[in-house]
Design a protein around this ligand. Structure first.
Ligand code: ADP
Ligand code: MG
Length: 680
């Protein structure tokens, strides 16, 4: 076969070189979708006389001179000439064999950026090859691929040429679907992208708006939609307890609350109650801005499960938060005669065993805990509901681990990181989403202020005055280069400094390195109003709820991300008192830090902040832990490809209904070996 000759005797029956794994390439088919970052135009030769300083050019000429020079340092200098001009090639690093390749009389084709030097035009470290006068020029632009150590451009080009010649390029889209969405054929689009004709300006291709790119992005989004829908279907096929009787426990819990549910809480509670009445596991994500009152909704679901004869588990990503849930749940449930237990990794062996015994024999109906709940051999007498708070902090793998324990419980995930619509449509296509879009009444808005760090003294006086007047405050210390140790040190220093400067204020401190008993003791004192000012590391970021706290100072706010700032700020403004959040920052500000501070200063709307955050950071980083299991998008960009996402959703539905075979083909092309993980 002619194609096989062209690719230099490579054979698709042989395994791929091991180094390809570094690029995430496991199979030959994966190479089809290993698309160029950019292109170089080697289809034309520029006469040397026309080459300009600073121009990236391909030239061809006969070697007239080749010499290893030793001054000012060892280097290889070669002169080549074509009919009208002459130019030097200079190599500061070279092998001995290159002096033979570049011997006088050989014809060289070289590519590189030309510079006007002391001895005329030269190219340093040109890419070159030895040719003959009639060696043909390539007919297409030369692709530049993402490469890695041990996987050079040359190797990638060879293998990809092989795959383009021999792999299966069959279209996985049914013709009707492809036509409906006006998409380019698959074979045409990969061929275009790997070897574009020279008249396609490479910018059109690298900007990813060309129809060939549109098709690839569509396919990628489609694969994501299909796999999430399938995962959802498979989980639906699992059985779950039907919990539909109206229970007295729910009514008693509601009756004991010091407030009425907001309309939004009522609505999402109905949605959740409906899910729990189904014979398959609920997979619902409850979104609500910081302080919107998700916990009580989850507690109602727990009451429903317990009233229906099952157990419920509350999981939180940090000890502080899990513990808060524990106390809150106890205060709600113990008066109703329901025992709540606490389970965390840091419990003594004996305490842990006792909690686990109560869960397995059914004496305890409700448990709050950290991921110890996932990791340990916890068995339940009958788990009906698992609540996962701040779910974005957990990896998908952890969620899955919980799913695999015995009968499938209903799952309620909660997140205060509002996910913009496009993101939730794509990454959360396997979940039902409920949104609490209303804050409980009686909250006064939080005033946000930006203050440069040199006004610290003034700020300390303000904090003292507020605390003396009965308010409580947080003083949050910055993350320093992600180093927990340094963060701890600044927290300790700040604590010492504030304690010394404010002798009439009761200052406490909480940080991640404290053991959980000490942490709990400090938090309890703060909750009880026995500590006025709480110096904290970002351990308090999620979920902490002390309604009397009305002032928050955040140091080095310029170093923090938007989601984090929003979460932190959400610790105040939970009661009726007028609240303020003061962001201390140090100049000079980077453009990014300035943009973030502006957004957080101007808005307290979590959804707005999240969508701005997405614009600043892109979805990969934005989603954090979620990406560890979900198929990530390499090509599509949700900030710009909304229409393609809509189309991919429609196509996914149509294909699942009408073209199951095409679904299989498409997923195997796009997910290949990763597919099993997605389905797990
Ligand atoms: P989040 O959604 O951030 O987890 P929480 O569940 O911690 O919010 O609730 C924040 C505070 O609002 C808590 O003190 C909670 O008791 C209170 N709360 C919840 N719902 C209502 C309501 N409908 N009316 C008044 N206060 C409420
Ligand atoms: Mg919460």
């Amino acid at each position: 076969m002619a194609a096989a000759d062209k690719v230099g005797g490579l054979d698709m029956a042989a395994p791929l070189p091991a180094a390809f794994a570094k690029l995430g390439l496991a199979t030959y088919a994966d190479l089809l979708l290993h698309l160029p970052l950019r292109y170089e135009d080697e289809t034309r030769i520029t006469p040397i006389a026309n080459v300009l300083h600073g121009q990236l050019a391909q030239v061809q000429g006969v070697v007239t001179h080749c010499e290893v020079q030793y001054k000012p340092r060892k280097q290889l200098v070669v002169r080549i000439a074509d009919t009208d001009g002459e130019l030097s090639l200079r190599f500061l690093h070279f092998y001995g064999s290159q002096t033979r390749q570049l011997a006088v009389g050989n014809v060289i084709r070289a590519v590189g950026e030309a510079r006007g030097g002391f001895f005329g035009l030269e190219i340093v470290h040109a890419r070159y090859r030895v040719v003959t006068a009639d060696t043909a020029l390539p007919e297409s632009l030369t692709p530049v691929y993402p490469a890695a150590a041990g996987v050079s451009q040359t190797v990638l080009r060879k293998y990809i040429a092989l795959v383009l010649a021999q792999a299966d390029l069959t279209d996985t889209l049914p013709e009707a679907v492809r036509k409906q969405h006006k998409l380019m054929r698959f074979d045409e689009s990969v061929l275009t992208l790997h070897r574009p004709a020279p008249d396609l300006s490479s910018g059109v291709l690298t900007d990813r708006v060309h129809p060939a790119w549109q098709r690839i992005k569509f396919d990628e989004l489609l694969a994501q939609q299909l796999s999430l829908r399938l995962a959802r279907q498979m989980r639906r096929a699992l059985g779950a307890p039907v919990i539909d009787a109206s229970t007295d426990l729910v009514d008693r819990l509601l009756a004991g609350l010091p407030f009425d549910l907001t309309q939004a809480q009522q609505r999402v509670w109905e949605e959740i109650r409906g899910d729990m009445a189904m014979p398959y596991p609920m997979q619902r994500l409850l979104q609500g801005d910081v302080g919107s009152g998700k916990t009580v909704v989850a507690a109602l679901a727990a009451a429903q499960a317990i009233g229906g004869g099952y157990q419920a588990a509350f999981m939180a990503p940090t000890e502080i938060l899990a513990e808060q849930h524990y106390y809150k749940l106890r205060s709600w449930f113990e008066p109703l005669g329901v025992e709540v237990v606490w389970l965390s990794g840091s419990l003594s062996k004996k305490a842990k065993q006792s909690a686990m015994d109560k869960l397995s024999n059914g004496a305890a109906r409700l448990v709050a805990g950290t991921h110890a709940l996932f990791q340990e051999q916890v068995s339940f007498a009958g788990l009906g509901l698992a609540v996962i708070d701040e779910q974005h902090r957990f990896g998908v793998a952890q969620r899955l681990a919980l799913r695999q324990k015995g009968v499938q419980p209903h799952q309620l995930m909660m997140s205060a990181t509002p996910i913009p619509r496009t993101l939730s449509m794509s990454y959360y296509a396997d979940l039902d989403v409920s949104v609490i879009d209303e804050l409980p009444p009686g909250r006064s808005p939080i005033v946000t202020k930006l203050l440069t760090d040199n006004r610290r003294e003034e700020l300390m006086r303000l904090v003292r005055d507020k605390c003396r007047a009965g308010a409580q405050a947080y003083w949050v210390c910055p993350l320093i280069e992600e180093s927990e140790k340094l963060q701890l040190q600044t927290a300790l220093d700040t604590f010492t400094a504030l304690s010394a400067a404010l002798p009439d204020v009761r200052v406490g401190m909480v940080h991640g390195r404290m053991n959980s008993a000490d942490k709990a003791a400090v938090m309890a004192k703060f909750s009880a109003g026995e500590v006025d000012l709480l110096v904290a590391t970002t351990v308090i970021e999620v979920g902490v709820d002390v309604p009397n706290a009305s002032l928050m100072v955040i140091e080095h706010a310029e170093r923090m991300g938007l989601a984090q700032l929003h979460q932190l700020r959400g610790r105040v403004g939970r009661g009726a008192a007028k609240s303020a959040c003061i962001l201390l920052y140090q100049q000079p500000l980077s453009a990014l830090a300035r943009a973030r501070l502006k957004i957080i200063f101007e808005s307290t709307d979590g959804f707005y902040i999240a969508s701005e955050d997405l614009n600043l950071r892109g979805p990969g980083e934005f989603l954090g832990a979620r990406q560890s299991g979900a198929p990530m998008l390499r090509f599509a960009d949700l900030a710009v490809d909304t229409e393609l996402l809509d189309a991919a959703q429609q196509a996914a539905d149509a294909m699942l209904q009408k073209y199951p075979h095409a679904v299989e083909l498409h997923l195997s092309r796009w997910l290949g070996k990763r597919q099993e993980f997605v389905k797990a």
